[in-house]
Write a protein that binds this ligand. Structure first.
Ligand SMILES: Nc1ncnc2c1ncn2[C@@H]1O[C@H](COP(=O)(O)OP(=O)(O)OP(=O)(O)O)[C@@H](O)[C@H]1O
Ligand SMILES: [Mg+2]
Length: 382
């Protein structure tokens, strides 16, 4: 790493009591869930009362945190080491459908809620609409913050294909729900009884007729009843989306962008950083995860290969062969480390003000509290 990079010290973020929300984001598979859980554990062991909101954690990692099923409720994680003052860690897995159902239940009277929950269009929207998961993660964050039982909320985010999905989610679902298409679809039903609007109605009729052909009349009827039933809730959805958006921009929030030290992941990370900056989101820094380091960093790749050549010249048996292999592996590792450093420098050249933190690649997958604790060690100042 070049000396002009500002190091990101996650411990400072954790230890600052003003930090109330940490959002881990980044492209698919870079370690969002792992790092979010590791930050949660580290913070709890440094005395904070933490809840970690995970999205789709790997089974073994979930089990190690005591999460055996999607129940949408924070559970106390056992095995957290006590600090002075004592902290605590809760963890939960997001159940997006359940979260959506709860919004409906809390906003509509019981009959209407039952009608909405039974609606097939609602059922497919709540379990599969692109963006629902992003939106529900944000909704849950809002709920956890309002509950005010924790002094730090660590949020893992869904693997969005596009970085934009995540930030756009609150507005996008709001827009979708009170969007013009749905208003148009539902308009004939609403305008039906009125006089003087027959012409208009005929126009809508043609539009809905065309849409009916495409999406099917049963689905259209489902959408219409759904939207009519949801009508009173539109304001509520928008308000909640705006609340969450404000929460994300608040000074107590810190965004961490995660990336693997690979060209594609870093390109996505750059894009994400720019997007967060454009939206004035409080970006704390970039975490490069799974970085390779060699235990013998003073032996360069070139010298290592030269030594292997020399050994090859000797050609006297098994131990020489072993030595050669080790030296070549070492050279390979050093080259990889060098290329990772180059990529990090390129990122810093493009974003000189963004602090960068490093998390080393562990020899194995991270699936228990000990593994999380090891990851957490790289959050300390060096
Ligand atoms: N520093 C690390 N060293 C070794 N393995 C790691 C490290 N960080 C993450 N992993 C492993 O990489 C895999 C992917 O990590 P994780 O599930 O946290 O990524 P993610 O960004 O949440 O993925 P998704 O986008 O699919 O949600 C897991 O098997 C995890 O154990
Ligand atoms: Mg994940």
């Amino acid at each position: 790493m070049s000396s002009d990079t500002t190091p990101l010290v996650v411990d400072q973020l954790i230890d600052d009591r003003r930090t109330r929300i940490i959002v881990c984001c980044g492209s698919g598979g870079v370690g969002k869930t792992t790092i979010a859980a590791a930050i949660g554990l580290r913070a709890a062991e440094r005395g904070r009362h933490v809840v970690v909101l995970t999205v789709d954690p790997a089974r073994r990692l979930a089990q190690s945190m005591g999460l055996s099923s999607l129940d949408n409720t924070p559970r106390l994680v056992t095995g957290v080491r006590h600090a002075e003052p004592a902290g605590s860690m809760h963890a939960m897995m997001l159940d997006m459908k359940r979260t959506f159902d709860e919004i409906v239940e809390s906003h509509a009277d019981p009959d209407r809620a039952a009608q909405i929950l039974a609606n097939p269009f609602y059922q497919s929207l709540s379990s599969s609409f692109a963006g629902t998961q992003e939106y529900m993660a944000m909704e849950k964050l809002g709920q956890l913050r309002r509950a005010d039982e924790w002094d730090l909320i660590v949020v893992d985010t869904p693997p969005s294909r596009s970085a934009l999905d995540f930030l756009d989610a609150p507005q996008r679902l709001g827009r979708f729900l009170d969007g013009r298409l749905l208003r148009l679809l539902v308009a004939p039903a609403r305008l039906g009884g009125r006089t003087g609007l027959k012409m208009l109605n005929a126009g809508f009729g043609m539009v809905t007729g065309a849409i009916t052909k495409i999406i099917g009349s049963q689905l259209l009827r489902d959408v219409q009843t759904f939207v009519s039933a949801m009508d009173t809730m539109f304001g509520g959805f928008r308000e909640r989306a705006e609340y969450t958006y404000r929460l994300l921009r608040a000074p107590g929030t810190a965004f961490l962008v995660l990336a693997a030290p690979e060209p594609d992941a870093l390109r996505e990370a750059s894009y994400f950083v720019e997007r967060l900056e454009r939206d004035d989101m409080p970006l704390a820094g970039l975490i490069l995860n799974r970085v390779h380091r060699s235990p013998a960093a003073r032996l360069s790749a070139a010298r290592s290969l030269a030594a292997a050549e020399t050994l090859q010249g000797l050609d006297d048996g098994e131990s020489t062969a072993l030595g050669m292999t080790a030296l070549r592996l070492h050279a390979e590792r050093m080259r990889q480390a060098e290329s990772e450093r180059r990529l990090a420098r390129r990122f810093t050249a493009a974003h000189p003000l963004v602090p960068v933190g490093i998390v080393p690649a562990q020899p194995d997958d991270v699936h228990d509290l000990n593994g999380l604790r090891l990851i957490g060690e790289s959050f300390a100042a060096t």
